[in-house]
Design a protein around this ligand. Sequence first.
Ligand code: P61
Length: 463
Amino acid sequence: MNTERHVHHSWAEPYKIKMVELLRMTTREEREQAIREAGYNTFLIRSRDVYIDLLTDSGTSAMSDRQWSGLMMGDEAYSGSENFYHLQDAVREYYGYKYLVPTHQGRGAEHLMSRIMIKPGDHVPGNMYFTTTRLHQELSGGTFVDVIVDEAHEPESTQPFKGNVDMAKLDKLVQEVGAERIPYISLEGCVNMAGGQPFSMANLRELNAYCREHGIPIMLDATRTIENAWFIRQREDGYSTRSVRGILREICDLTDGCTMSAKKDLLVNIGGFFCCNDEELFLKAQNMVVIYEGLHTYGGLAGRDMEAMALGLREAVMEEHQSARIGQVHYLGQKLLDAGVPIVMPMGSHAIFIDAKAFLPHLDQDAYPAQTLAAELYLDAGIRCMERGNVSAGRDPETGKNRRPALELVRLTLPRRVYTQAHMDVVAESVYNVYKRRHEIQGLKMTYEPEYLRFFQARFEPV
Ligand code: P61
């Protein structure tokens, strides 16, 4: 077989199944009880009550036989674990950063970076907010400033690189507050809250030149950057014959460091890290990690977890892995498009995002259309997804009002290497079932609202 052709013409999985996990089906009555008990919040449903779990791609992927064998090679020494050095070698080889500090997951790395880089009163520009990223910036006294292109906030815009930084927005901020009040710009690949939208290499090159001139470091949120590299290969002029790993390295070489939630791209159930090239910054991060996470050669992880990450990285940069992973997401998206369901375009890498404002136009945003739709989808067939709208965005700290973001979305997120094409068919059918009766659907009111990251634990009731 001509494998080259095969890779380009089919997204078939480059693996076969060795072990399976049984699923439990529920009745409509059981689901009605489960969602009521969960306060109409899909985060609060027990996973035993879920049939197809599309809550997140975070920590939910299937590890390979090699990764599972790697667990047996865990060197659980308190200090200087061999697995740390394997991880460091792999990170240096594929991402290219000089220094690595492991953390238990992404927000652990965000915590360290925010504490060591942000001073009270600073402004931190970013290509759209992420919930935990922005919160850590705020807890360190910083203010997040959105500098993503306008199209990112428009679900129907088909611009291929909706993750791009709007250079005029960035320059306006620099003129207003001065480069010395900007500790770094936070750049995310396959921007999660925008629908998994990539930035282009051309945009990153322009950003790099600008930031160099103004002395502003670029800190990458590397969580889904390998997926971003795949889109550059697919969509950007001059990259179609380049390898994903080559593109990944080119991205990292244009940045100064990163935070990482390894629970996504790197195919592990837990793990993260902070990286940089600057020695002084590294020494600060290495010192800070011992306060909050653990010693600097394990950062809150077991040795075996670092081994699984190192091996996962080597699998994640494989072309055929990414085309199967993203191919499956797009298979689901195409089914929804064919059924007329409004989704964010272009389709992103890790999830299909339903436009809940267009799906439920009769609901005011403060009746939480995306939260409502997520609950309805669970009720229909036991499929669990996530709200990414008014609840996730939280309240404006100045006015105390709901932020009412432009994007009011429901995220159907695909774990890597877990579900089959037939599962995707079931998901598409269930979404369509709910779509047919969308006019009958009523909204929710919030009955309990926690102080931080409210979407995780908030409770609701039907209005
Ligand atoms: C997710 F509802 N993402 O997408 P940690 N950066 C980026 C992420 O996507 C990310 C983190 C940093 C999750 C889990 C999650 O509001 C939520 O390893 C681009 O989760 O600490 C995590 O990495 C943080 C779900 C996080 C949420 C926050 O499902």
